[in-house]
Design a binder for this molecule. Structure first.
Ligand code: GUN
Length: 316
C-alpha cells in the first residue's frame, strides 16, 4: 500500500496560525518578538532562504531586522554586527545565514552570538546541551523533523533510526535528539560502506545527504517512516529530495514530499525558537522558570508558573 504523506506545509500553517496567539500575548506585555538575520555575500540560495525567513516573520507578527553585508566584509565587521544585536533588547533571536565566505571563520561567528539569542541552535553551548538532553534552542531542521514524526504517531523509543548525512546542521543534532528520545540511532555518511545494509534496517529513515536519488526502494524496509531533508535543484529546474519519492512511496508507511515536507518546518521552527526566546525573557524577568524544548509545541500547554530553574543552564 502506498505511504501516507507527512505534510510539512500543512503542519507549518497550523503552527504559524497558533503563533499569532502567542505574539498577541507578548504584545499585551509590550513585547514585539524580533529576529535579526545576517547575510554575508550574495549566494543566491542563501538569498532565497533568508527571504523565506523574513516572509515568515511578517506572516506571524515577528519583527525582522535584515543585515546584508557584502561578500568582502571582514570577520570583524560580522562580529561587530553580532555584538550590536546581542545588546539590542528589540532582538530576541540572531541568525547568521550559512555558508559564510571562506575568509570568515564560522566558529568565531557562531560563538559570538549570545546563547540566549541563538535561535538557530548552532552555538557550542546549545550544541553541547543536545549531548546531555538539555539545550535552550534545538536546531531548526531536526526540531522540525521531530515534530513531523510526532504527527505520524510513531513512537521513537526503541526504534531503529538511521540518519544518512552527518552534518553539524542536520545529521549530528538529529541523531542526538533521537538518542535522547531513546531510539537506537545509526549515523551514515559519505564514507559509510554499503549504505543499503544500514538503511534496510531502519524503522525510521532520515536522509540529509544532498544527493538526489540516493535512496531507492530496495534500500528501504517495508513500512518504514521516511523523512527526506534533501533539497536539490535538477538541471531541468525541478526541486527534488534525496529519496526516490515515487518508488519509496510504495514501501514506506509514511513519507515526506520535497518540496512541502521538511523545508517549511525549518522556517517555522525558527519562528518557534524566536517566540520562545521572547517568552523566555519575559518569564525570566518575572522570576518564573522556563519550560524547554523537550516539551514541543504540539503537546505543550501553558508555561509553568514558577519552576524548573532559571536562565542559561536551567533544565530545559
Ligand atoms: N544554511 C543552511 N541551513 C541553514 C540553517 O538552518 N541556518 C543557517 N543559519 N544557515 C543555514
Amino acid at each position: 500500500m502506498a505511504a501516507q504523506i507527512i505534510d510539512g506545509k500543512a503542519l507549518s500553517k497550523v503552527l504559524r496560525q497558533q503563533y499569532k496567539t502567542r505574539v498577541e500575548a507578548l504584545g499585551r506585555a509590550g513585547v514585539v518578538p524580533g529576529l535579526a538575520v545576517i547575510l554575508v555575500g550574495d549566494n543566491p540560495a542563501s538569498q532565497v532562504y533568508v527571504g523565506n525567513k523574513v516572509k515568515a516573520c511578517a506572516e506571524c507578527g515577528v519583527r525582522s531586522f535584515h543585515h546584508a553585508l557584502p561578500s568582502e566584509a571582514s570577520e570583524q565587521e560580522v562580529l561587530d554586527t553580532i555584538a550590536q544585536l546581542n545588546a539590542d533588547p528589540a532582538v530576541h533571536g540572531i541568525l547568521v545565514q550559512l555558508p559564510l565566505p571562506p575568509h570568515i571563520d564560522v566558529r568565531h561567528v557562531l560563538e559570538a552570538i549570545a546563547v540566549d539569542k541563538d535561535v538557530d541552535g548552532f552555538h557550542l553551548y546549545n550544541v553541547g546541551g543536545l549531548v546531555v538532553g538539555n539545550t535552550i534552542f534545538p536546531p531548526c531542521t531536526p526540531y522540525g523533523v521531530q515534530l513531523l514524526l510526532e504527527t505520524t504517531g510513531t513512537a521513537v523509543a526503541g526504534k531503529n533510526v538511521v540518519v544518512v548525512g552527518a552534518s553539524n546542521i542536520v545529521g549530528k543534532p538529529m541523531a542526538l535528539m533521537l538518542l535522547q528520545k531513546e531510539a537506537t540511532v545509526t549515523v551514515c555518511h559519505a564514507k559509510t560502506h554499503n549504505l543499503a545494509q544500514h538503511t534496510i534496517l531502519a524503522d525510521i529513515l532520515i536522509v540529509a545527504a544532498g544527493q538526489p536519488g540516493l535512496i531507492v526502494p530496495q534500500m528501504v524496509k517495508e513500512g518504514a517512516v521516511v523523512i527526506d531533508v534533501g533539497i536539490n535543484r535538477l538541471e531541468d529546474g525541478r526541486i527534488v529530495g534525496d529519496v526516490d519519492f515515487h518508488g519509496v512511496m510504495e514501501k514506506a508507511s509514511w513519507i515526506t514530499p520535497v518540496p512541502g515536507g521538511v523545508g517549511p518546518m525549518t522556517v517555522t521552527m525558527l519562528i518557534e525558537n524566536t517566540l520562545r526566546s521572547a517568552e523566555r525573557r519575559q518569564e525570566l524577568a518575572h522570576g518564573e522558570g522556563w519550560e524547554g524544548w523537550d516539551s514541543p509545541p504540539l503537546s505543550r500547554g501553558a508555561p509553568p508558573a514558577g519552576g524548573v530553574g532559571k536562565g542559561v543552564g536551567a533544565r530545559v
